[in-house]
Design a protein around this ligand. Structure first.
Ligand code: AMP
Length: 386
């Protein structure tokens, strides 16, 4: 394959969700076509793409047909089988390479890689059986977080252990085994850095942003994170170390905890666009999705600079979707909807972004005010009927 990819080339994207949708929109602006591989008949990504193959991620016949139809392969979905990935990589360039995906698919491989690369994480131990877990609890202490090593996302597949009586039931409940026990991080805030790296080793990293979760699902991202410049610098250099260590060609997000002492610990990495980077569509000349496409297509990487500060709020589940008419009627809210027909609880349906002049991200009350209709003042505010 010829890099840089010439205009009108076809990019194959594995996974049909909103990350694929927004990558495909960015690809279209750069003159590329996208071909989506997904299990879903009507997926957010395929709705805005040139072509779709509907199949599971293992079927060799479908994988071969998909690879034959595209010039380079990337993904927005991490749980592709190792065999499937190897088959794809034997047929067409896969960017990021399967090794990066393998590291991020498995929390033990991920934490081992990070620690070997000199990147700090919470203390952890691999838990195959109940004896391992008891030993790990006595070393790491309680509270601690027990997680599946694979297939966990949005807080699924994990339990916080606070009391010894919770150890056995949590071990029994979490599948698939093996598990990992992590020391509980009493974090001051959660941050993330999204970084792109080209085949020549050049990188472009967005400033660290602050992430707030609700029910284990990302709720709000503040860009930039309200942290000391030294901590932001540490976060960027960690991201750089991670992509250099993986020799990544593509885009990657690093989720981190900042503790009360200002230490930065990596929670997890994802070699793909990330929910905490959605604000970049509206606040940056080149979004995370454009950097994703540019890096896998071998195009030059522009700086990951922003022209505005931003707040991003996710639309999750049926309740948030009912606010759509109000969102559309609120000047300054930039709406994004993902084309999902069914609003199940906990499902990410869209997001909104609000921009602020550079350096003028407001304080807590300002953020809430900026996100009406989500944060309505209490009905009785300011009025007394007495
Ligand atoms: P994860 O699935 O690893 O991204 O975890 C989901 C969320 O659980 C994180 O964003 C944190 O809010 C929380 N969490 C995960 N691991 C830990 C930990 N070791 N200590 C404290 N909180 C954690």
């Amino acid at each position: 394959m010829m890099f840089p990819l010439p205009p009108n080339s076809t990019i194959g994207l594995v996974g049909g969700g909103q990350l694929g949708r927004m990558s495909a929109i960015a690809a279209a602006r750069l003159g590329y076509r996208c071909h989506i591989l997904t299990r879903e008949v009507d997926s957010p990504a395929a709705q805005v793409s040139h072509a779709v193959t509907i199949s599971d991620y293992e079927d060799p016949v479908s994988l071969r047909a998909f690879a034959a139809a595209v010039d380079v392969i990337s993904f927005e979905f991490e749980n592709v089988s190792a065999e499937g990935l190897d088959l794809l990589a034997s047929l067409k360039p896969v960017r990021p390479a399967p090794t990066a995906l393998r590291v991020s698919q498995d929390r033990v491989a991920e934490k081992s890689f990070l620690n070997q690369a000199g990147v700090a994480t919470a203390p952890w131990a691999c838990v195959a059986g109940l004896d391992d877990l008891r030993a790990a609890v006595s070393t790491l202490g309680l509270p601690a977080v027990l997680k599946t090593t694979r297939l966990g996302y949005d807080g699924k597949g994990q339990r916080v252990l606070r009391d010894p009586s919770e150890v056995e039931p949590a071990f029994a409940a979490l599948e698939p085994k093996p598990l990992i026990l992590e020391g509980f991080v009493d974090f001051a805030c959660e941050i993330s850095v999204v970084i792109a790296r080209g085949a020549d080793g050049a990188v472009s990293a967005f400033d660290a942003v602050e992430n707030r979760h609700r029910g284990h699902i990302l709720d709000v991202t503040l860009a930039p994170a309200r942290i000391a410049p030294e901590i932001a610098g540490v976060a960027s250099s960690i991201a750089r170390r991670v992509v250099d260590g993986l020799e990544l060609v593509g885009l990657l997000a690093v989720e981190m905890f900042v503790d009360a002492e200002g230490r930065v610990l990596v929670n997890e990495i994802a070699p793909r666009p990330h929910n905490s980077g959605h604000w970049t569509i509206d606040a940056c000349p080149a979004s995370q999705f454009e950097l994703h496409i540019r890096s896998i297509a071998g195009l030059p990487l522009p700086p990951a600079a922003r022209h505005s500060d931003a707040v991003m709020k996710n639309l999750v589940g049926p309740e948030d979707v009912t606010l759509w008419p109000e969102i559309l009627a609120t000047p300054g809210l930039i709406p994004h909807l993902y084309g999902k027909t069914e609003a199940r609880p906990g499902r990410k349906m869209g997001h909104v972004t609000r921009l602020f002049p550079l350096g003028a991200l407001p304080g807590e009350f300002g953020v809430e005010a900026a996100l009406r209709p989500f944060f309505k003042p209490p009905a009785s505010a300011g009025l007394s009927e007495a």
